[in-house]
Each structure stands twice: as C-alpha cells, then as structure tokens.
Design a protein around this ligand. Structure first.
Ligand code: LP5
Ligand code: MN
Length: 240
C-alpha cells in the first residue's frame, strides 16, 4: 500500500513547467498508488469554481482523468480556500477539512495545510479569519469574475511585497505552541503539512513521548517533491 502527498504547487498559466509536471505526475501515478492527497495551494489562487480560465480547466480535467483510477483528496490552502463543490464534482476530488486524521499502513497521521499553525503572523490570521467566513465568501463569489481576479492579484502583490520587505521571517513559520497543542489533541499522530516552504522533518517532545512532523516540499524554481506513506512510514522524494 502507498499513499502520496503533495502541496504548494501554486499552479498558474504563467509557469507552464508546473502544469506540465503536474500532468505528467498524475499520469505516472494513476492506478499505481492507493490515493493522492493534495494538502493545499494546488493553485496560485482560486477565485471561484465558475472561473472559465483555460489553464485551470485543463488542470481540473487532468485531475478528472486521474481520479477515475485512483482516489484523490484535496485540502484548502491559503491561496485556494474557495475551491468548492463545483471543483470537487469536475475533478472527482474529495475536499477535506483542515486538519484531517488519516490512518494508513498501520500508522496514524494528521494532515493540515499549515497556515493555521503560523500563530505569530497576526496580520495573516486576521485576514484568514475574515475570508474563511461563509458570509464573506458568499459576498465575494457574487462579484463579477474580472473583479474577483483583480482583487486576488492585488492581495497576491501585497503578500509578495510584504515578504520582500520582511525577508525570510520567523513569523511565516509554524509556532512550537500551535504544533504541540495540535499534536496533544491528536494522540499518536504524526503531523504532515505544507505552506511554510521549509521542507524538513522535525521532532517534538510531548507528554506521551516524541512525535514527528513532516513538512512537504513546495514546487518552485524547477524543484518539486512529494511524501510517500507506506508500511515503512514516511519518506520524502524529489520529482524530476
Ligand atoms: O501566499 P503567500 O505565500 O504569499 O503568503 C501567505 C499569506 N498571504 C496570503 C494571501 C495569498 O497570497 C493570496 C490569496 C488569494 C486568494 C484569492 C481569492 C480570494 C481573494 C480574497 C481577497 C480579500 O495568504 C501571508 C503570510 C504568508 O503566507 C506566510 O505565512 O504572511 O499573509 C499576508 O500577507 C496577509 C496580509 O498581511 C493581510 C492582507 C490583508 C488584506 C486585506 C484586504 C481586504 C480587501 C478586501 C476586498 C474585498
Ligand atoms: Mn500556503
């Protein structure tokens, strides 16, 4: 039995290599693994399932082909939290809540995007609390598509310039407190998340012993990777 996990692909028409790699990877894995989990930020941004963007549609079609052979699960990220029932129906993916417990290959895992664990980033957490409200989402989705795209591009630019001003900053990583609290609430689980763009394996001391946290490799600048769960546990692999 083998399960693969990927996250933070940030698929976008302006980076064709990402779309090509995603398509190729789906074709290679279809029918050869037991399930694929995508833990958020699959897309650079998502402004609603009614978007008629040709690139996004071609990615959804590739997922549809994959999910005919192999179960496909998708969790929301901070870029694509508006993926909804229309996307799920078109792609054949099952949308997962964050966090999501997974029992596989004799081990217990807890899957998350990871943004909710960045407790020191109070500006982001305020933004997150606003945009995750159903009423806010309903109002946003009623705006014309062009306006939604313009707002999303504006927020992306703001987010990028904030990162450039601040440089690589601790606030964009998860906090020990948030990780330990989540692990304590989920006894026996190994935590797997993405979002922070800091692929690694960490160990945390809890009252019931040491627990492991895997951070998934994001796809950027020609680099990509995935995690594999099988009988021997978790392993990280690059994608050529
Ligand atoms: O994504 P990344 O890596 O650059 O940085 C994230 C946090 N940024 C974000 C924003 C996303 O990049 C863009 C989301 C696009 C969604 C499109 C659909 C919905 C549009 C909704 C528009 C209101 O998640 C960044 C973190 C970083 O991770 C590290 O963890 O720091 O957080 C921020 O930059 C948040 C800003 O500081 C807060 C911005 C508030 C802007 C509020 C404007 C409201 C305008 C409302 C208009 C209707
Ligand atoms: Mn993210």
């Amino acid at each position: 039995m083998a399960i693969h996990l990927i996250s933070d692909l940030h698929l976008h028409a302006d980076a064709p290599w990402l779309g090509e790699l995603f398509r190729r990877t789906l074709r290679q894995w279809a029918g050869h693994i037991d399930a694929l989990y995508i833990l958020g930020d699959l897309f650079e941004y998502w402004v609603g399932d009614d978007d008629d963007d040709a690139f996004a549609r071609s990615m959804v079609a590739a997922m549809r082909d994959f999910s005919r052979h192999t179960p496909l699960f998708v969790m929301h990220g901070n870029r694509d939290f508006l993926l909804g029932a229309g996307f799920a129906a078109a792609s054949g993916a099952t949308l997962l809540p964050d966090p999501h417990p997974l029992q596989a290959c004799g081990h217990r895992y807890l899957l998350s995007h990871g943004d909710a664990l960045c407790g020191d980033d109070s500006a982001y957490q305020q933004f997150r609390a606003m945009v995750r409200q159903p009423a806010w989402q309903q109002a946003f989705l009623q705006k014309p598509l062009a306006e939604r795209h313009a707002i999303a591009r504006h927020i992306r630019e703001q987010s990028e310039s904030r990162k450039q001003q601040d440089g690589p900053s601790e606030i964009s990583d998860v906090t020990e407190d948030a990780v330990v609290a989540l692990l304590a609430a989920n006894p026996g689980c190994t935590l797997i998340h993405g979002h922070t763009h800091r692929p690694a394996v960490h160990h945390h001391a809890l009252a019931d012993g040491e627990r492991t946290r895997w951070v998934i490799q994001d796809w950027h600048d020609g680099r990509a990777g995935y995690l594999r769960l099988d009988d021997s546990g978790v392993s990280a692999h690059p994608l050529p």
